[in-house]
Design a protein around this ligand. Structure first.
Ligand code: 5GP
Length: 189
């Protein structure tokens, strides 16, 4: 019989919905959880550190990771590519450590087909104006990038019914507590 792997929880939802803030709260509540560090071809924002928020790579390096099948999932988002390194996710799960991914919707769909026991959670904004206000207000993107992300958000919101759970981000603490509960559930294999 194959050894039991620790839970894998995928948090998805539109850019600006607050995935990073909620995941930070999850890690504060449950420090035993491991957050996967993605690779991306986008440039670091001010204050972002290679290996912490992301592994920042160029197009050639990203293509190599795809060709060598080193990514569990990957997607193009707002002009850049983002992906989850496969090895560390499996190693942590095999070592009994619950894993959380914070990724966009196309990637979450790939995880669904490759890891059927993963729990997929959609983080929804309280309202569309609230999402717009958060994306514009955080001031990390140019007006053009904000427009791209809002266009993507329309499609992403329509995907909510595909997920195992939808959580509306009205209260960071409540969202985090709901995710911690998922991370402590045994996967149904
Ligand atoms: P940002 O550029 O704001 O850091 O991320 C843009 C979008 O890409 C966000 O929705 C974020 O959750 C998503 N993202 C981050 N890492 C990954 C990943 O490894 N795979 C996929 N599919 N999406 C990711």
């Amino acid at each position: 019989m194959a050894p039991r792997l620790a839970p894998l929880v995928v948090v998805s939802g539109p850019s600006g919905v607050g995935k990073s803030t909620v995941v930070e709260a999850v890690l504060a509540l449950a420090p035993e959880v491991w957050l996967s560090v993605s690779v991306t071809t986008r440039l670091p924002r001010v204050g972002e550190v290679n290996g912490k928020e992301y592994f920042f790579v160029d197009d050639v390096q990203f293509t190599q990771l795809v060709e060598h099948d080193e990514l569990l999932e990957w997607a193009q988002f707002a002009g850049h590519r983002y992906g989850t390194p496969r090895g560390p996710v499996l190693e942590h799960r095999a070592g009994g450590i619950p894993v959380i991914l914070a990724i966009e919707v196309a990637g979450a769909r790939q995880v669904r087909s490759r890891v059927p026991e993963a729990q997929l959670v959609f983080l929804a904004p309280p309202s569309w104006p609230e999402l717009e206000a958060r994306l514009i207000g955080r001031g990390t993107e140019s007006a053009e990038a904000v427009a791209q992300r809002l266009a993507a958000a329309e499609h992403e919101l329509a995907a909510a019914p595909e997920f195992d759970r939808v959580i509306v981000n009205t209260d960071v603490g409540q969202c985090a507590a709901a995710l911690v509960a998922c991370l402590h559930e045994q996967p149904q294999t």
